[in-house]
Design a protein around this ligand. Structure first.
Ligand SMILES: [Zn+2]
Length: 292
């Protein structure tokens, strides 16, 4: 059955699943022991956990713009890298998922990047028949946080492995880049907020009206298992800052009953959170269909 949109204000929201992959469970949970995290998300024999790359399509009925938030790992990996990350396009794939919504990449008017780690921007480009890198979303403006662009183009040694040359270089040469400030307002009811603990200048899309707020959590809360404040990824550049950011974010999410849209959770699409006895926990797990 065709996906029914979630309507918030002037926006229609659709899930765009772009494939599955796997990352090391230890790296995903930082200092949390495996005996604890493996009860929440099971690891395979190589200690990897399943990861979604769940993107979000935002159609504006006011401006007629079609935004795509993040675009997954893409298909540029070598066979060796595909196997290291257990890349799986049988579950879903970017262009196929767009087609299921009656869209082609050329229909997208705006790409919004939460940040430029490979699992968020890899789908921007692909290789054509002549093995040349081409831009898939050739009609789109690319929106990247200004501070993040600095870090992505001048990465430190620790973060370097996440900014792949084949992703960043073609983006840097693209002719329709928009470097945005923190808290950029795309339209009435669609804005971004910064979260720097994972990477400098990560931006999280907020879509809201008087009744409902949906937040695209990217790597601030990648899965439901990352709701407890100290469960922070080993990948984060500034884990203590993530702690602070999560604490205030989850407080507001609990108080205001925000819908938290999870990019990387293979099981849970959207959650709400509770704050009880000084701890945050998952209240409800739901799908976009439940909200439509
Ligand atoms: Zn990331």
């Amino acid at each position: 059955m065709a996906q029914q949109p979630v309507k918030i204000g002037q926006f229609e929201l659709y899930t765009v699943e772009t494939g599955r992959f796997r990352l090391d469970g230890g790296a995903m949970f930082g200092v949390v022991p495996k005996t604890l995290w493996s009860r929440k998300i099971e690891a395979d024999q190589k200690n990897r956990i399943p990861m979604a790359t769940r993107c979000l399509l935002i159609k504006s009925t006011a401006s007629n713009r079609i935004y795509l938030v993040d675009n997954g790992c893409g298909d540029k990996f070598s066979e060796k890298m595909s196997s290291i990350y257990s890349l799986d396009f049988e579950h879903s794939e970017l262009v196929r998922s767009l087609a299921e919504l009656g869209l082609q990449p050329g229909d997208i008017t705006d790409l919004v990047f939460t940040h430029l780690h490979f699992d968020h921007c890899g789908g921007t480009t692909t290789y054509d028949e002549d093995n040349k890198l081409v831009h898939r979303f050739h009609n789109a403006t690319y929106h990247i946080n200004k501070r993040h662009w600095q870090t992505a183009t001048h990465p430190n040694a620790r973060e370097k492995a996440s900014f792949l040359k084949e992703n960043i270089e073609p983006i840097s040469e693209y002719d329709d880049l928009n470097f945005v400030d923190d808290r950029h307002v795309f339209e009435d009811g669609f804005t971004t907020i910064p979260a720097d603990g994972h990477t400098i200048g990560q931006q999280l899309p907020f879509i809201y009206d008087d009744n409902r707020t949906l937040v695209y959590c990217a790597d601030l809360v990648p899965t439901y298992a990352h709701v407890p404040v100290p469960w922070v990824m080993g990948y984060d550049m500034f884990p203590l800052q993530t702690l602070k950011e999560k604490e205030s974010f989850l407080q507001e999410a609990a108080d205001s009953e925000w819908y938290l849209y999870l990019e990387h959770d293979a099981q849970n699409e959207i959650i709400t959170v509770l704050h009880e006895n000084g701890r945050f926990s998952v209240n409800q797990s739901m799908t976009m269909d439940d909200l439509a």
